[in-house]
Design a protein around this ligand. Structure first.
Ligand code: MOS
Length: 736
């Protein structure tokens, strides 16, 4: 097969759906209406538990039901029993028993759905929900991971880390705490459910229409997967919160079942804090050992994170400790602490955003202790192959990230001494950190159809929560088909389309993009074969591998005058279209160690009297393989950095230990960075390609752009103040 010219991939395209979004025409889950087949919709409002643990002893629904326009109040006392068949396929990846809505009287966490009101208007449903009386036999909830027993840990070991640490000339013994973080996407989670006989249609906010929502809801109701259709064309942010179906999706479907009417359920901002998941809180003890020149010899990681009492959520928090730096001795233990809370879920940079955070703060402590430049320390411990597997790296250009970053940021001019650089009342500091996130790829399929008019339609059941999937996928298809971007349409977000994996883990371009490329290659090849075998074609009899396609016209690579358009070929042959399904079987991890890398540099100013931290500038340099769309890549980096700034300085879900209530379940008290918090953020992508990792040579952008941000800021705060803070987020109170 010839190598097609790349005219769309690698170019800075604007979002093809940008106009739809900024003019309010892009339908998010709750926006679907009569034009989409959603008429006479009823409104559901969830009643949440006001205790953190215990049993429901009774309901008083009389006042709610007396409201004109209220159709029903459903709770465990009157709900149909739901089969809740196991769903080993994909959606319930955590060991345990998923929350079964309205199936019994038990309360497992504060805010658990205990009833739902369905009414003719939203206002009626909201008011009636406030009138539902629920009585409880409340028990004291356990919500603090430092005060509850942990499960049996998962472990990893190489060498004899404890012994090596005990005998090392340079030793650190550090304890970190990371707060719980919530995703807080702008679009709240929402579902519209409509039954047609035994078939269910869901318009749902989801990052995974097939595995996340379709398979799970089918399993909950014990009906065939094909009886559930999930439609989700636009997702207003997710960051991981949409990677499984939460209880409200089942509740919407249940309410529609009971009332026989289409039902819309939108979680309130407050309900998002316990109605969906979150990045769990962690305690992380890290021991570091090195020789006097900064050669690492051992690390001992003791990691604990919160999970619910009913599911054991774990993530890839141990991986960076196994492969980011070269050292002979590593021991890790990772246990979860079951609490009376709802189940966590992945959040941008899952696992790595915690593990790298701790390791990179500790490396900065070691650099300070040894009076070695932080970059030099990292270079001295840069492995030649993956220290955990012995596999070669597909590509690992972290050294270049440091070199380019140090130069562009102006790193080497800094005075390494902390707490001495001032600008009036402000203490100034700079810090850096490395970043890594493993590169994966899930099995995916895509349908590619080339029409006789020379346009193409590509479809796959992925999501686009914001990275720009709607735009980057046509870039891939356009080049592989030899079309312009304007003549390729890409549709996504419907479970009737070819299945894809979760839209998460920075895998969508690798997975769906590869499926699209493979499908497009097949279609282009079909067209060329048709032409060379067609005696009426100018390409009759030429070798197929000598033909390339540009702007919809096939021609000889070395003689552009000899050729014809797809349109001419298909019309003459009376072929309405050519089509193929591209199938990607997923990333193979047994030959290479495959990760994206980055180096993040931050400058902060800390008010010497008030402890306020202001970020002054930030630079990220990334080794992320091929960049399909530099404009969207920049957007990913800015978003990732903003998320990391929140993680470092602001985001902290606070639980009231008395009753398990989330004390700051709103965007006034749960702090996220706003424009005024964000200075100039710069991203540089090393011009790269990683063909061993996937045919597109991409390594993913969504996670790597967040991972190193928080430690770079923490290290800059130390450099500014001389204060080493190991509880995150870093607050003004702690710096006072
Ligand atoms: Mo994400 S945690 O890649 O949605």
């Amino acid at each position: 097969m010839t190598l097609q010219p790349q005219t769309a991939v690698g170019t800075p395209q604007s979002r093809v759906d940008g106009r739809l979004k900024v003019t309010g025409q892009a339908p998010y889950a709750a926006d679907h209406g009569p034009d989409d087949g959603v008429s006479n919709v009823r409104f559901a409002v969830v009643v949440d538990s006001s205790v953190g643990r215990g049993r429901i002893t009774g309901f008083d629904t009389r006042a709610a039901l007396a409201q004109p326009g209220v159709l029903t109040v459903i709770h465990h006392g009157n709900s149909p029993r739901l089969p809740y068949v196991d769903n080993p396929g994909s959606n319930n990846p955590q060991p345990g028993t998923r929350l079964r809505v309205f199936q019994d009287d038990r309360v497992l966490f504060f805010g658990q759905p205990v009833a739902v009101v369905v009414a003719e208007t939203l206002e009626t449903a909201q008011h009636a929900a406030s009138l539902v009386g629920v009585t409880y036999a409340a028990e004291a909830p356990s919500t603090d991971l430092t005060r509850a027993p942990a499960d049996e840990p998962a472990s990893y070991a190489r060498g004899d880390a404890d012994n090596a640490w005990a005998q090392a000339p340079v030793r650190l013994d550090l304890s970190y705490r990371m707060a719980r973080n919530h995703h807080n996407p702008m679009e709240p989670h929402a579902t519209i459910a409509r039954w047609d006989g035994d078939n269910l249609t869901l318009w749902d906010k989801t990052q995974w229409v097939v595995g996340g929502t379709q398979q799970e809801v089918a399993a909950v109701f014990g009906i065939p997967q094909q009886s559930v259709r999930v439609i989700s064309p636009f997702v207003g942010g997710g960051f991981g919160s949409g990677l499984r179906a939460w209880p409200h999706t089942t509740i919407a479907a249940l309410a529609a079942r009971v009332t026989g009417q289409p039902v819309k359920l939108v979680l309130s901002r407050r309900q998002l804090y316990f109605g969906t998941g979150y990045r769990p809180a962690y305690t992380y003890a890290l021991k570091v050992a090195s020789d006097r020149r900064g050669q690492l010899t051992a690390m001992v990681h003791d990691v604990k994170s919160e999970t619910s009492s009913y599911e054991k959520f774990t993530e890839a928090v141990l991986l960076p400790g196994q492969m980011l730096y070269s050292m002979p001795h590593v021991r890790q233990a990772y246990s979860t602490v079951p609490l009376d809370v709802n189940t966590p879920i992945w959040m941008r940079g899952p696992g790595f955003a915690t593990g790298v955070h701790v390791i990179e703060c500790a490396l900065d402590e070691l650099a300070h202790e040894l009076r070695i430049d932080p970059i030099e320390l990292r270079l001295r411990n840069e492995p030649g192959k993956d220290p955990s597997t012995g596999l070669p790296f597909s590509t690992r250009r972290l050294r270049e990230c440091y070199t380019v970053g140090a130069r562009e940021f102006g790193w080497h001019g800094r005075n390494p001494k902390p707490g001495v650089t001032r600008d009036g009342d402000w203490l100034i500091g700079t810090g850096m950190a490395a970043a890594v996130y493993d590169t994966g790829g899930f099995p995916a399929q895509a349908h590619v159809r080339l029409h006789a008019d020379g346009t193409a339609l590509v479809q796959a059941a992925t999501s686009d929560m914001g990275p720009g999937t709607y735009t980057s996928m046509p870039q891939v298809a356009a080049d592989a088909l030899g079309l312009t971007m304007q003549t390729v349409t890409f549709r996504l977000g419907d479970s009737v389309m070819p299945p894809t994996g979760p839209h998460g883990g920075s895998t969508t371009m690798a997975s769906v993009g590869t499926a699209i490329q493979l499908g497009s290659d097949q279609v282009r090849s079909q067209a060329i074969t048709l032409a060379v075998n067609d005696s009426r074609s100018p390409l009759h009899g030429v070798r197929p591998e000598d033909v390339i396609v540009r702007k919809g016209r096939m021609h000889l690579k070395n003689d552009p005058t000899r050729g014809e358009s797809y349109q001419q070929l298909l019309t003459r042959n009376q072929r309405p279209h050519l089509e193929a399904i591209g199938t990607y079987t997923g990333a193979v991890h047994d030959r290479f160690s495959m990760s994206a890398y980055g180096a993040v540099f931050a400058e902060v100013a800390v008010d010497a009297r008030l402890g306020i931290v202001r970020l002054r500038r930030m630079l990220g340099v990334y080794d992320a393989g091929k960049i399909v769309n530099p404009k969207l890549a920049d957007s990913q980096a800015i978003g990732g950095m903003v998320g990391g700034i929140g993680q470092a300085l602001l985001e902290h879900t606070v639980t009231d230990p008395r009753d398990g209530r989330i004390a700051n379940a709103n965007l006034a008290d749960y702090l996220v960075p706003v424009n005024a918090d964000i200075p100039n953020l710069q991203a540089i992508y090393l011009n790269g390609n990683d063909p061993e990792t996937n045919p597109l040579g991409v390594k993913g952008l969504g996670e790597i752009t967040l991972v190193g941000v928080a430690p770079a800021i923490a290290n800059a705060v130390f450099h500014a103040t001389g204060r080493r803070l190991r509880d995150f987020p870093i607050t003004a109170e702690a710096l006072l």
